[in-house]
Design a protein around this ligand. Sequence first.
Ligand code: C5P
Length: 288
Amino acid sequence: MVTILGRAKINLTLDILGLREDGYHEIATVMQSLALADTLTFSRQEEGITLTVDLPWLEADERNLAHRAAALIMKECGLRGGVHIAIAKRIPVAAGLAGGSADAAATLRGMNELYGIGLSDKELCALGAQLGSDIPFSLVGGTVLATGRGEIMQRLADFPVTSVVLAKPPVSVSTPWAYRSYDAHPPEYHPDNAAFMEALTRGDRAACAHLIGNVLEPVTEAEHPVIGDYRARMRAHGALCAMMSGSGPTVFGLFAQEQTAAAAAEVFGRETDAAVHLTSTVGRYGQE
Ligand code: C5P
């Protein structure tokens, strides 16, 4: 039996540079992994892929990215034998936190270990990129500048360890919808990735906090104004900065002190309908 964590991510910056011929968007995003994680357990079985998830309403068949990741690596590596995957789901679903990608990445790692396949991280990332743009990042984690459609990665200095409060409002956002809405009304504003990375190199968290930015935030917020409300509340409760992650709708706040973050999480849970998590940033896979 093999157990692997699939970690959530936030986007500290997210810029869209243009539309590609393949229909995807060319992006430049600084991604950061979090301690918040799903736990996946893999055990061998004679044949086939079976999946259990501890959320009864979540699909546990071919629609689940973990299932598809297992099928892909089995086919590509000509594996004989099957796998049972048990997922303990802690990352909010359809939230902008790459929960599905985290599970797919953990599955590629889990199968690699369970069957002693010996694929390198680079090979695992190439497989992951076939299934979703965020999966290569989910495989390596830490702090990364992701470009292309999100699958080309440049490792950055680790973001200083920081307490994070996540607040997911009770609404769902479809990623393709967010990108399409962006195309219809592209905002003027773009985050300054170069300045962000320069501040990161200096380990200057306060400067980084001023430079976070996400071009999808105004798009999703126009449909779900609760995002603006949550952002304001995060700041009022002492966050260094607050922003929507990915295509949303989760809002994250970064906090200089864990105590302040814990107090903010408690108030959020009491005063709003949000699903709230208190977590922190972590380094790359194997070096957390
Ligand atoms: O790659 P992934 O399956 O996670 O992407 C989901 C959807 O998000 C894509 O089908 C596309 O509509 C949109 N997308 C995009 N440009 C990206 C990443 C995602 O348009 N760089």
